[in-house]
Write a protein of this length. Structure first.
Length: 180
């Protein structure tokens, strides 16, 4: 049973990393369709722009994943409120922040061992297992990547390049998959 549990823990960690990589790839593909003007655009005045969402994600990732197993995930130098103000002057600056956040995440996760998954970590003083904290962030980042995709698609409108199966192409896609 011990080998089974070790294998399951290793698989869980590998799957979490793959899920984050998939989320990043989706965001990368949406962001790649943007120009400088897009980063400050939002679908309405109450919505966050793509730049604000990236600023928040980057700030969260750097805070949560720096010293993930040894310090509270809400670092004292993080200014969360500032993440929802301003933005970036250019797409290249936004992309640098996007990459910094993901680098912190992947650096932390790839340094973990399967037996770390049950370690206690803290977020704002609240205890979680490392596994719970990982799943908390998968959910959080998935929501924000979805916002980035939605806002990018709304901004690009007819110029949007689909990130998945194009409308009206599901049957063809399924048939192609069956032939593989």
């Amino acid at each position: 049973m011990t080998d089974y549990i070790a294998d399951l823990a290793a698989h869980t960690l590998t799957t979490a990393i793959a899920t984050f990589r998939s989320q990043k790839k989706l965001g990368d593909r949406a962001i790649a369709q943007l120009d400088d003007a897009a980063i400050g655009w939002s679908p309405n005045p109450e919505s966050n722009s793509i730049g604000i969402i990236v600023k928040h994600l980057s700030g969260n990732m750097i805070s949560r994943w720096t010293d993930f197993l040894t310090s509270d995930g809400e670092k004292p130098n993080r200014n969360r409120d500032d993440e929802f103000e301003g933005g970036y002057e250019s797409l290249s600056l936004m992309n640098e922040a996007w990459e910094r956040g993901w680098a912190a995440l992947f650096g932390a996760l790839e340094a973990m061992h399967p037996d770390d998954l049950l370690s206690t970590v803290y977020i704002r003083g609240e205890a979680h297992t490392a596994l719970e904290a990982i799943y908390r962030q998968i959910s959080h980042y998935g929501c924000h990547v979805g916002q980035i995709v939605y806002a990018s698609k709304a901004y690009k409108s007819a110029g949007w390049g689909t990130l998945s199966i194009a409308k009206g192409k599901s049957q063809q896609f399924n048939e192609d998959m069956q032939r593989k």
